[in-house]
Design a protein around this ligand. Sequence first.
Ligand SMILES: Cc1ncc(C[n+]2csc(CCOP(=O)(O)OP(=O)(O)O)c2C)c(N)n1
Ligand SMILES: [Mg+2]
Length: 325
Amino acid sequence: MALSTNLSPDKQREMLRQMLTIRRFEERASADYLAGKIYGVVHCYIGEEAVAVGVCTALGGNDRIISTHRGHGHCIAKGADLNRMMAELYGRQTGYCKGKGGSMHIADFGIGMLGANGIVAGGISIVTGAGLAAQMEGKGGVAVSFFGDGASNAGPFHECLNIAAAWKLPMIYVCENNMYAAQTAAAQTHALPDVAARAAGYGIPGIVVDGNDVFAVHQAASGAVDRARSGGGPTLIECKTYRWRAHTERKGQPDPRDQAEVEAWKRKDPIALLERQLRDQGELDDPGLRAIEGGVMSALEAAVAFAEASPFPLPEQATDDVFAA
Ligand SMILES: Cc1ncc(C[n+]2csc(CCOP(=O)(O)OP(=O)(O)O)c2C)c(N)n1
Ligand SMILES: [Mg+2]
């Protein structure tokens, strides 16, 4: 179990609140999607919450992140507004993209969240540009790329790690290795079991962490942030984790993975682990947990009510904000 001594008890409980928010938000998004209230595609992050929260807890307001098609967790961990997120999923005018983008197009530049991205590995290049921008700004900002094990086999991963290492960009590359790219097992497509081992090819540190232990993730991210801020260049952190749900939400979609494997990973629930860690340290009791859960549920209900009360975009707004077609 990773140590958590550099985080105050309040901060640790805040991490639990954020992880619970991600989970409850997606449980609701999944149910509402299957009920036909949410449009587009929804990819759930449930089971991987410790990665987004562990990394984002190590960041400051001046730091930027980029996400993937599985982006709700990163948005919430970076401080995105739940109302505007839910409204976007519901396709309403008050959403982050005025209801025209959906789950995979949530960005909030004001909080340093540069966007989810439906193009696998596409975000890696964009956020490496943000790393270059941070270096040129000279204000000590860092940029973080979240991406999957599948994305680590695509060209942008290699191109960006190379140039970021050569230019010592203040970057942190966070591979969320959930062992599958859609239906394909990483074991079939990766020559080496650890993505982190590839860091050696670019002369940067490559670290493997238990992606279900939020303190382990936070510790690795904090070290990488220090290194990036002090001009040491990028770090690759591989978080070993697992998604609990199928690749996307879809009625009746069979999950081709071995169900015994899924159940085994559910027993390594990152939220239950954090609860145990907090209880063991005497920093959480039943009333404390109920209060956190209560706060999360009220914020979620408020977000759903906000979304449901918001208007859909009007037909005459269809081409507003479209810059190219
Ligand atoms: C360039 C590109 N190729 C293929 C796809 C279709 N696709 C969507 S998600 C996905 C798998 C991505 O796997 P991984 O990077 O491991 O992320 P995970 O879904 O496991 O979080 C694929 C192939 C896409 N969206 N973009
Ligand atoms: Mg994956």
